[in-house]
Each structure stands twice: as C-alpha cells, then as structure tokens.
Ligand binder design. Sequence first.
Ligand code: ATP
Ligand code: MG
Length: 307
Amino acid sequence: MQTASQGNTARPFASPSEPLARTSPYVLAISSGKGGVGKTNVVINLAVEIQRRGLRVLVFDADMGLSNVPILLGLVPEYNISHVLFGEMRMKDVLFPGPEGVTVLPAGFGVQEMAALTEEQQLRLLCETEELEEDFDVVLIDTGAGISPNVLFFNIVSHDNIVVVCPEPASMSDAYVLMKILALQYQRKTFKVLMNSVKGESEAALVLDRITEACQRFLGVSVRHFGNIPYDTHIREAVRSQKPVVELYPDAPSSQAFSLLASRLLSSIPDDYPVGSLQFFWKRLFSSDVSEWGGDPSHARPTLVRT
Ligand SMILES: Nc1ncnc2c1ncn2[C@@H]1O[C@H](COP(=O)(O)OP(=O)(O)OP(=O)(O)O)[C@@H](O)[C@H]1O
Ligand SMILES: [Mg+2]
C-alpha cells in the first residue's frame, strides 16, 4: 500500500493574482449525452485559460475507469483517484501538476470497480475534497459521457453544468435525455450548452434553437447558450501532441474561442454560490430541506447514487 508521503504532488499550489473572494471553489461539471463530442478538450483548455487569468484550477477527471485527461495532456500519474476511493491515499497526495499551473486529479484507468461508485466511495470522495477547499478557486469536472450514476452524481454535486453538444442528431437527443433526468429527478433548472465542432454559425443556431425549445416546452428549464467552439483541425493536432490547443496553437480559432469562454465563465460566476461546494450538495441531498436550494424535498434521498 502506498503512503501519503509518496504521492503525486511535486509542487506547492500557485498563488492566484485575483482569487475569487470565497473560501471554497466554484465547481462546474462538464458533461454530454453522447461520447466523443469534445468534453475533455473543453475541460483542459478552459482550465488553462482560467489559470492564465490568475485563478487556481483543479481539473477533476471523473471519467472513472476511462480516464482521458492524463492521455490528452501526456501525463503519466503514478497514483489516481482509485487510490483515494479504496482508502490507500489521501486526495492531496494523488494530485498531479498539469499544464501552466493547472492541477489534475487523475481518474483511474481500467478500474472496473469505479464504473459506479458506491455510496461509501461517494462519501469518501466528498470528505476528501473538503481538504482541498482552500487550494482552488475553480474546479472543472470532466464527468464522462452518458447518464450513468457517476455522471449524474457529479452533475448534481456541482454548482453549475455545461452540457457539450455537437451538431449531429445523436448528440442533441442524448444531451436532451441527460438534461431531462437532471431536471425532472434532480431539480436542475438551468443549463449552459456549449456547441462544439461548429462549422457555421447558422448550423449552431439551429441546433441550439431546437434544444432550447424542447427543454423549455417539455422540461420547463432554461438553456443558456454558453458559446461555440469551431471545428478546428488544430485541436486534432494538439490531441496528437498531447498538449492543450491553447498552449500549442494560441492563435488558432478554437484557442480564441476558449479564451473568450473562460472570460465569459468567470464573469458569470455568482457572488453568492453556496460555500462548501461538493459537500454542500451532498448535505442538501440528505437533508429534508433541499427546497432551500431550489430542490423538491420528495427527492431528498439520493436514490440515483445508489449502485
Ligand atoms: N472543435 C473541434 N474540432 C475538431 N476536432 C475536435 C474538436 N473538439 C474535439 N475534437 C476531436 O474530437 C475527439 C474527441 O474529443 P474529446 O476526447 O475531447 O471528447 P470527449 O467528449 O471527452 O470524449 P469521451 O466521451 O470519449 O470522453 C478528439 O479526437 C478531438 O481531437
Ligand atoms: Mg473525455
């Protein structure tokens, strides 16, 4: 068994020049219905752009068992979240330095047991993240694709949700299903939709109109257009080079879009988001008072997280 002193962390956390005026980070889940639409690229490039703006960013690779983040960044972490979930290491000891000061919490690769976290593992995860509260300003969670219990869990313990959609029918319908479950069973009332691999503004607008209308009419939720990332071969080259496109090709169209989105994201963070991030939502889920945070008490028990 590994000990904490042998962990991944090799550097002190960077000091932000302009931290959020809060003691706990803003937590954002990046999800999609369909796989392969660009979530991991969105997470790592947004992370670098936010870190460049002086905030301390944790990339939380929650794609349990399929861990993409280290692969896209060319990192080979020795330890990962499975060591935390199986009680072998502390969270802070499996953090790994990523690009430009970003910190990465790697998911395990090929660890079948993590495909659906047990309730005990979820609780351990949330307790462990409490120790990191003061070290980060923003946490970006790459949830993986689909509507598995893990994906739903990470979505409901986050302050906000970005759903990545690309302009193809399966991506749209799968995104709708994800938002439907989060809205009807877990009272998520707003979503940010990010259109990726966009080849034309009119195509993106058409897709967005369809999703927005369906969500409003059938789910009663509001879908905000977070922005577009153009289809850009530089991203494919960056993936092959295992570097973020914003680092390798800072002037590429996609890099410019990521820069704009990072600024937009930071200016959209509310001043009064709940302190305690992940734990806050966990406690709300177990309390009878979820209505305080826009929830329905009849859904107070986290049935979805039972595995
Ligand atoms: N804007 C874009 N333009 C061109 N190619 C893109 C773009 N975004 C992503 N890609 C390509 O799409 C592929 C999938 O991207 P990525 O791994 O980020 O998707 P994902 O949603 O995280 O996938 P998974 O669901 O398997 O985790 C990559 O090969 C990447 O190069
Ligand atoms: Mg991915």
